[in-house]
Design a protein around this ligand. Structure first.
Ligand SMILES: C[S@@+](CC[C@H](N)C(=O)[O-])C[C@H]1O[C@@H](n2cnc3c(N)ncnc32)[C@H](O)[C@@H]1O
Length: 233
């Protein structure tokens, strides 16, 4: 698991960056779902990203995290509550003055079992789906996962973005392409990068909002990633 890959993609990928800013500006709410989100890495990343953007208005971040490991729920709610507490300390109790208003749920489910997901809360119709280090965790080319991706894509809004991030390797790149194509997504070119523990991930440089979280999240030193973004037409 790595800590900063999604945040890196949010900052580096202009297309994704513009999509988020446009949805935030037009709707004042960003709906995001992390498949295999584990401890809450993606919530932390999107909160850091939006906080840094200083858009000048308040954005509600409605975040749904799907994971088959129920034990991650404590970590996820802990991160969400700490973010809320810290925003309150920084901006006061009136949430309309906060740059980001995080909310959402942890949903325990197995994404390779699409039948069990049909009643799985508010995961349909999101602006962004994040598949971050999930494919290598599932490892095999699972037909259930492909089916699930087809189902969410079929009801996803036009223009919604599916962000695939994996450890670098042709096998994972090929897997993300096949899953995206099977779900009728327009897949971008792929991008590779080596991420190192940069200043942004040093606890002392995270800023007031995230210092409290440093005991929970321990950044890795380096990781090689490949990512690609699928867009629903
Ligand atoms: C390597 S972790 C990545 C966590 C997070 N996305 C990140 O990058 O920090 C993979 C996550 O996928 C979850 N996972 C693995 N197989 C799954 C499945 N079939 N359904 C749902 N979650 C699954 C694991 O429980 C774990 O939290």
């Amino acid at each position: 698991m790595d800590t900063n890959s999604f945040k890196y993609v949010l900052e580096k990928n202009t297309e994704l960056n513009n999509h988020i800013k446009s949805v935030a500006k037009n709707n004042k709410i960003l709906k995001i779902c992390a498949l295999g989100g584990g401890p809450g890495t993606e919530l932390l990343a999107i909160t850091k990203f939006l906080h840094k953007q200083q858009l000048g208005f308040s954005v509600s971040v409605d975040f749904q995290l799907l994971d088959k490991v129920q034990e991650w729920a404590n970590s996820w709610y802990g991160i969400r509550n700490t973010i809320n507490d810290t925003l309150q300390e920084m901006y006061g109790p009136d949430r309309s003055k906060w740059p980001i208003i995080p909310s959402g749920n942890f949903i325990t489910c197995d994404v390779t079992q699409p039948g069990t997901l049909r009643n799985a809360g508010n995961i349909w119709g999101q602006d962004i789906y994040v598949i971050n280090y999930l494919l290598s965790e599932i490892f095999k080319d699972d037909p259930g996962l492909r089916q699930f991706m087809r189902e969410i894509s079929s009801v996803a809004p036009s223009g919604s973005h599916f962000v695939f991030i994996e450890r670098r390797g042709s096998m994972w790149l090929q897997r993300m392409k096949e899953i995206a194509q099977g779900a009728d997504l327009i897949i971008s070119e792929s991008y590779e990068s080596r991420l190192t523990k940069d200043s942004d991930e040093l606890p002392e440089d995270l800023g007031d909002i995230f210092v409290k979280l440093s005991p929970i999240r321990k950044p890795r030193l380096t990781c090689d990633i490949v990512y690609s973004i699928g867009v629903k037409e």
